[in-house]
Design a protein around this ligand. Structure first.
Ligand code: HEC
Length: 152
């Protein structure tokens, strides 16, 4: 029994040297092309999204202590890389874009919040401050709807 415990401890130690791909980073970005600059959300909407979404959907990820410990670190880094690929509030416009056009993608911000699909439930259990109330999601959706009404 003791041998197995030692073996597991050794394995855990070795895992720490296995680098996760992609690496943990917060790439720099052009603030003029960010969600905040382009969409001009009201303060309460921006604060809600920052609190509940930005860790996985922006280049301003707050990497928690557990994201430095393998094998959890690999999981966290995959979620962030995957999240950024789907939706990145920091890179709201692509480098070659001058105006925003992906309105159906924008609409999903409300859909995900309303259905409770996002923020990811596993994340919320570790980050209770990211939980959204009914009122939070109503505020986000009301603003998204008003933007969509003006755009279409
Ligand atoms: C813990 C990380 C994490 C958090 C926090 C998070 N997301 Fe996600 N999000 C992901 C990942 C991973 C994907 C891609 C896989 C998937 O769709 O489940 C994703 C996908 C999405 C998509 C694309 C869905 C599609 O069909 O293309 C939208 C929109 C989205 N998230 C919105 C949000 C919003 C809005 C918030 C905050 C209220 C949020 N997410 C919080 C990780 C996260």
């Amino acid at each position: 029994m003791k041998k197995i415990a030692l073996l597991l401890a050794a394995l855990f130690a070795v895992l720490q040297f296995v680098p996760a791909a992609p690496p943990k980073s917060n790439p720099s970005f052009d603030a003029a092309k960010s969600f905040e600059a382009v969409m001009r959300p009201p303060g309460d909407v921006l604060a809600t999204l920052r609190r509940a979404c930005f860790d996985c959907h922006s280049n301003e990820t707050r990497w928690p202590a557990y994201s430095y410990v393998a094998p959890v670190s690999w999981l966290v880094q995959n979620h962030v890389a995957d999240g950024r690929r789907h939706l990145n509030f920091s890179e709201w416009l692509l480098a070659n874009e001058t105006g925003f056009s992906d309105w159906s993608g924008f609409e999903k911000v409300c859909t995900e919040v309303r259905t409770g699909a996002m923020p990811m439930p596993g994340y919320v259990s570790l980050h209770p401050d990211a939980a959204l109330s009914e009122a939070d999601s109503k505020t986000v959706c009301a603003w998204v709807d008003s933007k969509l009404a003006g755009a279409r």
